[in-house]
Ligand binder design. Structure first.
Ligand code: NAD
Length: 256
């Protein structure tokens, strides 16, 4: 087995890194000495974010649709040109459609599954190979409590996140002997653009009532957990799903 040179810079790839939870994760890696590649389908937001991050040589933004294998392959070449290797991948890119089953179109279903599930499968193959080649590292997937509990309106979203949890375990059992740990977090509600889009006033108020901590999580709280799972502090954690949800999962009640 290859062994990673501990003096080597750590390089993290974060999908959906232009805003929200992905940007907070990218910032966590930068704050902890990693070189970082932020991949995002939304070029305008990515360009604006890159401006706010300044002129550091340690971060690059790559316009990429994670559901397209050729775009992910080309992104991986850009990461290698910039940083030479990869040690961590966070599959964070995601989209949500909250609609009843009979109102969810096949196109909406395919977009949600294509981004949330196909994207993670493709990126884990392309960047996972690079992590293995470099002697090991970590992959963290961003699922949701909607992947742990079924509820109305989430036929596409919940199915994609439940499948992402299983995808995590499949990768974990295959890549373990290549020194790659693969874990998944299941966030509760987090105040981001996505939440603004799909959390109605009724859903929002139900969450406040149902979550023992009585609030939404923050992107930084998700980033802290992801950072931990990528670090040596988590060296024996593999194939696990960790709910980061203010205690929601422990209540055993249904999703709002
Ligand atoms: P967000 O909408 O603010 O950010 C998602 C980012 O992913 C955007 O920048 C978007 O452009 C990018 N993206 C979408 N499709 C892409 C594609 N095909 N290729 C590359 N990039 C793509 O959402 P967020 O709230 O920050 O969510 C991040 C992740 O956390 C998602 O996977 C989401 O499902 C998950 N999550 C969010 C919440 C929440 O309440 N916000 C809760 C649980 C899980």
């Amino acid at each position: 087995m290859n062994t990673r040179n501990s003096d080597q810079a750590r390089v993290a790839v974060v999908t959906g890194g232009a805003r929200g939870i992905g940007l907070a994760i990218g910032q966590w890696f930068l704050d902890h000495g990693y070189q970082v590649a932020l991949l995002d389908i939304d070029k305008n937001t990515l360009d604006a974010t890159m401006k706010t991050l300044g002129t550091s040589q340690d971060v690059i933004g790559i316009h990429c649709d994670v559901s397209k294998p050729d775009e992910v392959e080309s992104a991986s070449q850009k990461v290698l040109s910039a940083f030479g290797h990869v040690t961590a991948l966070v599959n964070n890119a995601g989209v949500a459609v909250f609609k009843p089953v009979f109102e969810t179109s096949f196109d909406e279903w395919r977009t949600v599954l294509g981004t949330n599930l196909d994207g993670a499968f493709i990126c884990s193959q392309v960047f996972g190979r690079l992590i293995v080649k470099n002697g090991g590292g970590a992959i963290v997937n961003i699922a949701s409590i909607s992947g742990l509990r079924a509820s109305t309106l989430r036929v596409a979203y919940g199915t994609s996140k439940a499948a992402l949890i299983q995808l995590t375990k499949q990768y974990a059992v295959e890549l373990g002997n290549s020194n790659v740990r693969v874990n998944v977090i299941a966030p509760g509600p987090v105040d981001t653009e996505m939440a603004k889009l799909v959390h109605s006033v009724a859903i929002r108020s139900d969450y406040y009532d149902t979550i023992p901590l009585g609030r939404y999580g923050t992107p930084e709280e998700m980033a802290n957990t992801v950072g931990f799972l990528c670090s040596n502090e988590a060296a024996f954690i593999n194939g696990q799903v960790l709910a980061v949800d203010g205690g929601f999962e422990a209540t055993g009640v249904g999703l709002p």
